[in-house]
Design a protein around this ligand. Structure first.
Ligand SMILES: [Mg+2]
Length: 414
């Protein structure tokens, strides 16, 4: 059966929420970003008006000010964004239980087979678009298609406040003329590689022999060729249904460049803490930790290491991630974004009792953290904090962005 997938993307999310909560700035250029006094502050989001001044996400406040001297900069308030994100999820859940989030502001919905209740995909998308606008006071763009990759592409095509339909009939005329980097997972490096071989558009990619792409990009070449041809068959993952979680990770772009090892420690700790909290919530532990680092020149790398013993304990994950950082961050360049991910997951409790005192310490700390989880559930996350995270509240006030594994996308091979 042909599927009906929606991808909802709330426009300029952080900036829209700030303007919604403070209407006196909504007709001015607004950006959400790091500290202004420190010249290292970075733009995390901007509204439509700031966009007209060519203010870009990821650049420094100082650069943005050159283009737009009267830019209003608001510090990020992640509690507010999570609240709006939850309100949106409640709306989505009225139409399907198959909702997969992709950051705070984006979600895929599988609404296949709901026509008799809510109308076709386009009709559901229109209903959701209008509800987000009237109930949250912000706009969203929605792509409707027969797979996730094209639905995501559709939500990017018309912004803000719009619905775009990509069907099996129109994808060649609508999608193929677009630049190849518009396709999900085609990053800067892949784009450059493809461009070098004359592959400039998604159509060029679709028409290239996939064997040639495989020699160029490995197995990703084959996947991307499939996406370009509308053959993505990956399911919308119901995150609640965690039976098949493959990894749990958090990554964030810091509100300012991370200059010192203490900055790095604060962020790594926050992320390790949130990853292990989610592991415990899902009754899982992990055997491997992966660190992802992006420096201020937007160069990134990933490294992973095995834990002494599979666990869901913050300090063990933190220590391993920090050791990876110290071993691999040889350039010493300031860091813009960091991620920690737990891999090789297994059910918690599936370990043998150990006589090793080191391992016993880890198990004891794990029990302590379960108690902390219970306190936090009752009195709120901020009711109990680790000292290190209080040394720079500007950094530790962030909430890591939840990320779930992007599963390898499969499609029927003829
Ligand atoms: Mg968005």
């Amino acid at each position: 059966m042909e599927r009906t997938i929606l991808h909802c993307d709330m426009n300029s999310f952080y900036a829209s929420v700030e303007c919604m909560c403070n209407p006196s700035i909504s007709d001015k250029p607004v950006a959400v970003g790091g500290s202004e006094e420190k010249r290292t502050g970075i733009i995390l989001a901007k509204n439509q008006i700031a966009k007209k001044y060519n203010v870009k996400t990821g650049e420094t406040l100082w650069q943005a000010r050159q283009k737009c001297p009267h830019l209003i900069v608001v510090p990020p308030d992640f509690k507010k964004y999570i609240h709006f994100s939850k309100m949106a999820s409640k709306i989505y859940n009225n139409y399907t239980n198959l909702v997969e989030s992709f950051g705070f502001d984006e979600c895929w919905l599988d609404v296949t087979g709901t026509e008799h209740l809510f109308g076709n995909g386009e009709a559901v998308a229109e209903t959701i678009r209008k509800r987000i606008k009237s109930e949250l006071g912000i706009t969203c763009s929605i792509g409707v298609s027969f797979n996730k990759v094209f639905a995501k592409l559709g939500s990017d095509m018309k912004k803000p406040d719009a619905v775009t339909l990509i069907t099996k009939k129109n994808y060649k005329s609508k999608v193929w003329p677009l630049p190849v980097e518009d396709l999900l997972f085609v990053g800067k490096v892949t784009k450059q590689k493809l461009n070098r071989y004359g592959i400039k558009t998604i159509g060029d990619l679709a028409r290239t022999d996939f064997k040639h792409l495989e020699t160029l990009l490995g197995k990703w070449g084959y996947y991307l060729w499939g996406y370009a041809n509308g053959l993505d068959a990956s399911p919308v993952r119901d995150i609640e249904n965690h039976a098949d979680i493959k990894s749990i990770g958090n990554s964030i772009t810091a509100p300012r460049d991370l200059m010192t090892i203490n900055d790095i420690k604060i962020i790594l700790y926050k992320m390790a803490e949130s990853v292990t909290e989610r592991l415990r919530e899902n009754n899982l532990m992990c055997a491997t930790v992966q660190l992802w680092v992006k420096d201020n020149e937007l160069k990134s790398y990933e490294r992973q290491a095995k834990l002494i013993v599979p666990c869901a304990e913050t300090r063990e994950l933190f220590n391993t991630a920090l050791a990876l950082y110290l071993k691999n961050h040889k350039t010493g360049k300031p860091v813009r974004a960091l991620g920690v991910r737990a891999h090789n997951l297994l059910p918690s409790g599936s370990y043998q009792l150990s006589l090793d005192p080191e391992i016993n310490k880890i198990r004891k700390r794990e029990q302590l953290e379960e108690t902390i989880d219970a306190i936090r559930q009752r009195f709120g996350h901020h009711s109990i904090q680790r000292c290190i995270t209080l040394t720079d509240t500007g950094l530790s006030n962030i909430n890591p962005k939840d990320e779930h594994t992007v599963h390898p996308i499969a499609w029927p091979v003829n």
